[in-house]
Design a binder for this molecule. Structure first.
Ligand code: NVA
Length: 241
């Protein structure tokens, strides 16, 4: 379903749609813009609601990324990952929270004005203190990448930000993942990108198409990780069972 083919948020509130779908479906998987809509949907639904991307978070991508890193690096705990670029977008937020949850050291680098929300940084730091990982936010991409096991970037222009394209390309120019930047990471470091990728903006073609790139494994793992998530949600013991 998409907004143009339904009453979602137009003639019918998210809350009422959640109640109707809960009588018909087993799960709701929703890709939207404002995160508040997902919260409204989840509050009224009696079935699981999966965030398949909002302006603030993209947790399903994180599951696929963690799977990809584990396939390549083994135990996630103690690994260092650097995410460079738009640190204020859904991926920047979700890398902080998800990788801290996995006990990893996550460094996020972006220009001033494009840093993660303060409450999300605080949540990631609190989670990292429990898991033995760490979460840090910085401006310098080379500092973030130095010695990293995993290097990651994302589009500089996320969905819904198309009007800001020119100013964003200007702001993020120093954050392109090039071979020179990759050389600061460990020699066996891997490169991830959630796609769609814009070669020569956020990543040089020689990196995303080079030997350290695992982006096609990462793309495939979106299927496996999301199947695992749905299986878990549909089979886990419910309260009282
Ligand atoms: N930050 C990107 C992720 C795309 C999977 C966006 O929201 O467009």
């Amino acid at each position: 379903m998409n907004a143009g083919e339904s009453q979602l948020g137009i003639k019918e509130s998210f809350s009422d749609t959640a109640r109707v779908l809960s009588r018909m479906m087993s799960l709701i998987v929703w890709r939207t813009f404002a995160h508040s809509g997902l919260e409204e949907m989840a509050a009224s639904a009696t079935i699981p609601v999966i965030n398949s991307l909002s302006d603030d978070f993209h947790p399903c991508q994180i599951l696929a990324d963690l799977q990809t890193i584990r396939e390549n690096k083994g135990d996630l705990r103690g690994l260092t990952a650097a995410y460079v670029g738009d640190a204020a977008n859904n991926m920047g937020h979700s890398y902080l929270l998800g990788f801290a949850t996995a006990g990893m050291h996550i460094r996020v680098a972006g220009p001033e004005g494009y840093h993660p929300r303060a409450d999300i940084i605080a949540d990631a730091e609190r989670i990292a203190a429990e898991t033995g990982g760490s979460a840090s936010v910085m401006v310098d991409p080379a500092t973030a990448v130095t010695g990293a096991d995993v290097v990651i970037t994302d589009s500089w222009v996320s969905m819904g930000m198309e009007d800001e394209k020119a100013e964003r390309i200007a702001a993020f120019g120093a954050y392109r993942v090039t071979s020179e930047l990759m050389a600061q990471a460990k020699p066996e470091a891997i490169f991830l990108h959630c796609l769609p990728a814009y070669r020569e903006y956020e990543v040089a073609a020689e990196v995303i198409d080079g030997p350290q790139s695992v982006v096609w494994d990462e793309a495939e793992n979106r299927v496996h990780a999301q199947k695992a998530l749905m299986t878990w949600l549909l089979t886990r013991p419910q309260d009282g069972e």
